[in-house]
Design a protein around this ligand. Structure first.
Ligand code: KG4
Ligand code: ZN
Length: 347
């Protein structure tokens, strides 16, 4: 079975072709990506309308590229999958519209996929794929969640951010330091030359006793610190970046370990853009090794948004018998779409 996957939820157009045989882990045949980062950088963040228009320009050339690289033709595609949500409504509509039109033209079924399910399953494409069950730490620009995953389609939310996402904390702090969008990778690079103990920044909700996160206060603390530094900020930027990164990473590591202890599971999967952060990876690796926990990551280039994870998630849902393929081509998108019901919280 050949599955074409199209991702267009934010500022990356991703297309990929995966092959699923029996119940084995699907194989990625080819994938192509166009990042709009350069275009949005001038505005300091994603401009939704520009994002949608650019997806329109990129999606078909990328699709042809993927088919050519795989040595396949569109006529061989069995299912056309697309990101149905969550994400920017206009951007999602481009991928959904193209996927459903393509499926209709080919006489094949189309299938909407949850973006976070794509991230969460993306380590299955790595050289060291996980086994179920596991705890997933989902850390992207819009989400920070800890999830118990028993099998494909079985997701239990253990905790999540009550305000900003970890990626947002990276991006907003980086912006305050005058770094380009998206700030995460830039802040992380700058932090390499800084002292992480230079500034005392808060670790919000670190000792809350639950698995929730909060990063809005950290951003405010970074702003206060930057203002205090005034003209000195330029020369202390690397220290501030290192201190900020250390605060975010420490909370993510502590809560992940707490989730492992709470569930008693011995496998942790880290997915989403912030999963590319090298300090997070090295600290998680070290702490988990001490506790006999295996950590799995997507390949670095599949941490951020891509089409491969959408093709993979569609293929794995089909293998698990979770989807009935339909040849109806009406579609909707879900800009807000929880992957799992929210955790019950006491007032
Ligand atoms: O998963 P993703 O590509 O998009 C969403 O679904 O949101 O994640 C993007 C986020 C951005 O906030 C970006 O700054 C962050 O991931 N990010 C990083 C790193 N690489 C990407 N944050 C910290 N360190 C990195 N190396
Ligand atoms: Zn994402």
């Amino acid at each position: 079975m050949l599955v074409l996957g199209i991702e267009s939820s934010c500022d990356e157009t991703g297309v990929a072709l995966a092959r699923a045989e029996g119940l084995g882990v699907p194989r990625l045949l080819s994938h192509a990506l166009f990042s709009q980062i350069d275009m949005h950088q001038a505005y300091g963040g994603v401009v939704p309308e520009l994002a949608s228009r650019d997806h329109i320009r990129r999606v078909l050339p990328l699709t042809h590229q993927v088919m050519a690289e795989a040595g396949s033709s569109l006529a061989q595609v069995d299912v056309v999958a697309y990101t149905r949500g969550p994400g920017l409504a206009g951007a999602l509509l481009v991928g959904a519209g193209v996927a459903c039109s393509l499926a209709a033209a080919l006489g094949r079924p189309a299938m909407g996929v949850h973006h976070l399910e794509g991230h969460l399953l993306s380590p299955f494409l790595s050289a060291d794929p996980p086994e179920f069950p596991f705890v997933a730490l989902l850390v992207s620009g819009g989400h920070t969640q800890l999830m118990r995953v028993d099998r494909v389609g079985s997701y239990e939310l253990l905790g999540e951010t009550i305000d900003d996402a970890a990626g947002e904390a990276f991006d907003k702090s980086a912006k305050l330091m005058g770094l380009p969008y998206p700030g995460g990778p830039h802040l992380s690079k700058l932090a390499e030359g800084g002292d992480s103990a230079a500034f005392k920044l808060p670790r919000p909700l670190m000792h809350s006793g639950d698995l929730d996160f909060s990063f809005a206060g950290l951003k405010t603390a970074v702003l206060t610190q930057a203002k205090k530094l005034g003209a000195e900020l330029d020369s202390r930027k690397a220290d501030l970046a290192a201190s900020t990164q250390a605060a975010i990473v420490e909370v993510l590591v502590k809560k992940s370990l707490a989730a492992m202890a709470q569930t008693g599971l011995k496998r942790l999967v880290v997915a989403g853009g912030v999963g590319a952060n090298s300090l997070l990876r090295s600290q998680l690796n070290a702490m988990c090794k001490q506790r006999g926990i295996r950590v799995h990551y997507p390949e670095l280039h599949l941490c951020t948004d891509n089409g491969a994870m959408i093709a993979l998630a569609a293929a794995m849902r089909l293998q698990a018998g979770l989807e009935t393929l339909q040849h109806g081509y009406t579609f909707d998108v879900k800009p807000r779409w929880p992957l799992a019901p929210t955790v019950a919280r006491s007032a």
